[in-house]
Write a protein that binds this ligand. Structure first.
Ligand SMILES: [Zn+2]
Length: 241
């Protein structure tokens, strides 16, 4: 499968053709052939918004997982907050993307404490209660134990990893033949994780995508500074960056 928007649309079309019903973590039990579409936003909210719009245009909804403990975006900044609200307006759901390595977590009780704490913070930021969490780079401990939280669904609990066929494009690589698996209809329930970051109009390598992202950061820094320093253009000479 190509990591382009065309490739992504083909994936959606194939799922529709095979009668999978797009749903979220709360409503999935209502369907015979559910597919939970999930996106972990590891670094770019803008890329997430592009996928959110594409999905809206194709009449599907999904769940976007938002990381609080990241240096790439800030859910409280106006720009980021507006993007999250727009994603919700397009009919999508927002969940918490949680990095367990951010804390020293000795047991499930403590994990629940920090997950709930971050959920409350994110919920406050977007004025919506958070009902589901996904783990950022989950440890073996998370993957191998059916950890349940009170009041918040763990997308890495056994139900969503075993009862559902779980497929992920982590590191821009499907470890299994995603299109073949959908085509064969060998699984009734699918849980598909994609990272919006890997998809674009043009077919690019992982190297090209990452280098472009790094380059773009320079421009973003410039505009952030411009918002804060009135005479920025007089201080730095054109061509200096
Ligand atoms: Zn992640």
């Amino acid at each position: 499968m190509e990591f382009t928007y065309d490739g992504y649309l083909k994936l959606i079309s194939l799922l529709k053709e095979k009668n999978y019903k797009f749903c979220d973590y709360l409503s999935c039990d209502e369907y015979d052939k559910p597919v939970i579409f999930r996106h972990d936003i590891d670094n770019s909210l803008n890329k997430a918004l592009e996928i959110a719009r594409l999905e809206y245009e194709n009449n599907i909804t999904s769940t976007f997982f938002v990381l609080l403990s990241t240096d790439f975006y800030n859910v409280f900044s106006k720009e980021s907050n507006d993007i999250l609200k727009e994603i919700m307006k397009l009919g999508h759901h927002i969940g918490l993307h949680f990095d367990e390595k951010r804390y020293e977590i000795p047991n499930a009780k403590e994990l629940e404490y920090w997950v709930k704490r971050e959920s409350d913070i994110l919920g406050n930021a977007i004025d919506k209660e958070i009902k589901v969490v996904s783990m950022h780079r989950p440890s073996k401990w998370i993957l191998e134990n059916d950890i349940q939280f009170e009041g918040i669904i763990n997308s890495y609990s056994k139900k969503f990893l075993s009862d559902f066929k779980y497929l992920s494009d982590s590191r821009m690589h499907w470890r299994e033949d995603i299109l073949g698996i959908i085509e064969s209809e060998q699984y009734d329930k699918l849980h598909i994780l994609t990272h919006s970051f890997w998809y674009s109009d043009e077919n690019e390598t992982i190297n090209e995508k990452l280098v472009k992202f790094i380059d773009k950061a320079k421009i973003e820094r410039y505009y952030s500074l411009k918002d804060n320093i009135r005479d920025l253009d007089e201080i730095i000479n054109e061509g200096e960056f």
